[in-house]
Design a protein around this ligand. Structure first.
Ligand SMILES: NC(=O)c1ccc[n+]([C@@H]2O[C@H](COP(=O)([O-])OP(=O)(O)OC[C@H]3O[C@@H](n4cnc5c(N)ncnc54)[C@H](O)[C@@H]3O)[C@@H](O)[C@H]2O)c1
Length: 413
């Protein structure tokens, strides 16, 4: 049994803790979070005494080691401190993505983990989904011949984008990280895993097209609860958050991000006074709402990635073009087309394909947690598919793509 400390008992910290315990491979023995409500909830769930509950990661790290491993699920700009201190204290690390906002900070964490001899798994959960396993197996079996090109769409979803990247924690690069790192580091990493070749050049375009003051409809107020045109607005916070009450999944997310008080009164208070009640055209946001990235890999293989706010809430879509066949996936099924026989096979990836964070990223969260726990139990880092080396490589491609977008250049890697 692997013992775990949860550092950052927010949405992700809670999710990994639950999955770890549900796997039967781990126990939760400590928690650190400045939010009294969040740490108390976790302490209650796992029966933790006062000496295992901390209001800050530093207080946990200052104590003699309490657990085999730590789940580091603090916000993007608060990964370096806890990761380095806990690695030095001997904890293996399950670290949320992005590793850190800059390459220098990411290297600091990786070097600390290497020096301490602890394992480090980065939460690029897409590598661990059954869907990804199927696609990799089909490619390895040569079902499309040689892979030549990939077209990949990350449909963020209109209300998810408004929640996280206009009103929420990832709305500004200086508060969190740019959209490509905050959201689509998953996709850049996944493409790297699927293509299996080093990237050599990257370009990117994108901007904040819509969520700007000049796009506000005439008469719009700064808060949805006071807005005369709220009912006709696609991005009404009142409609979104009020409709979550009574649905356990949506109460956890997105509602759990805006209030700890999951009652009609709690929701109205958050809409009236909190950041998530603001008009999407009157926020202090700068996250781009659409971005394309084109990548050339060694040998001339290419990929294009589109990340967009302006989609339904849906699974990622991928088309893979090979010399002998073609494969596409809508997240639930995979269609493989063979050029030699002009026939296709449809593979149903099966239940549990809901790719939202609240539903565990289509099995990716559970797959990651189990791989991490097994790697500790077996002292075998090769069980982790998202260790420091591959995660840093795909982060580097994200940083290069973001530089390409900002400077209008093609970046050589
Ligand atoms: N892998 C994924 O698919 C995925 C999905 C969503 C978010 N994330 C990442 O997970 C991380 C956490 O996101 P979240 O949505 O759970 O955020 P969250 O805000 O719900 O949770 C972060 C928690 O950290 C706590 N915290 C702040 N300072 C702390 C400190 N000094 N010591 C201990 N805890 C502290 C906060 O109180 C909060 O409860 C972010 O880096 C985010 O980008 C990853």
């Amino acid at each position: 049994m692997v013992s775990l400390a949860v550092v950052g008992a927010g949405l992700r910290g809670q999710q990994y803790a639950e999955l770890a315990v549900a796997s039967g491979l781990a126990t939760v023995v400590a928690v650190a979070d400045p939010s009294p409500a969040r740490r108390a909830a976790l302490a209650r769930t796992y029966g933790l005494g006062p000496d295992a509950v901390f209001d800050d990661w530093a207080a946990l790290a200052a104590r003699p080691k309490l657990a085999d491993a730590a789940i580091v699920a603090t916000q993007d700009r608060n990964h370096v401190g806890p990761s380095v201190a806990l690695a030095e204290a001997g904890y293996h690390l399950l670290l949320e993505k992005p590793i850190a906002p800059t390459e220098e900070d990411a290297q600091t964490i990786i070097v600390a983990a290497e020096r301490a001899g602890v394992q480090l798994a980065v939460c690029h959960v897409l590598r661990y989904t059954p869907l990804t396993g199927h696609i990799r197996a089909l490619l390895d079996d040569g079902r499309v011949g040689e892979l030549v090109s990939v077209q990949h769409l990350e449909p963020v979803g209109w209300w998810h984008f408004a929640h996280s990247y206009v009103r929420g924690n990832w709305r500004r690069a200086d508060l969190a990280t740019p959209l490509l790192l905050a959201k689509a580091c998953h996709d850049v990493d996944w493409l790297q895993y699927i293509v299996g070749r080093p990237a050599v050049r990257v370009s990117s375009f994108g901007s904040l097209f819509h969520f700007r003051p000049e796009q506000a409809p005439p008469g719009a107020a700064d808060r949805c609860v006071a807005c005369p045109v709220e009912q006709s607005c696609a991005y009404s916070a009142a409609r979104l958050y009020r409709s979550c009450l009574g649905d356990p999944d949506r109460e956890r997310w997105p509602l759990g991000a805006i209030t700890d008080d999951l009652t009609p009164e709690g929701v109205e208070a958050a809409l009236r006074d909190g950041p998530y009640g603001r008009c999407v055209y009157a926020c202090d946001n700068d996250a781009v709402d659409h971005q394309v990235v084109t990548i050339e890999y060694e040998g001339g293989v290419t990929a294009s990635l589109t990340v967009s706010a302006f989609t339904p809430m849906a699974d990622r879509k991928t088309r893979i073009m090979g010399t002998r066949g073609y494969l596409d996936s809508d997240g639930e099924t995979i269609r493989v087309y063979d050029f030699r026989t002009a026939t296709e096979e449809i593979i149903d990836v099966g239940a549990g394909t809901d790719a939202s964070a609240a539903r565990g990223h289509a099995g990716g969260d559970a797959g990651l947690v189990e791989a991490f726990l097994n790697s500790i139990a077996a002292a075998d880092p090769s069980l982790i598919k998202t260790g420091p080396a591959e995660s840093l490589t795909s982060h580097r491609l994200v940083w290069a793509a973001e530089r390409a977008r900002q400077e209008g250049v093609v970046v050589l890697l």
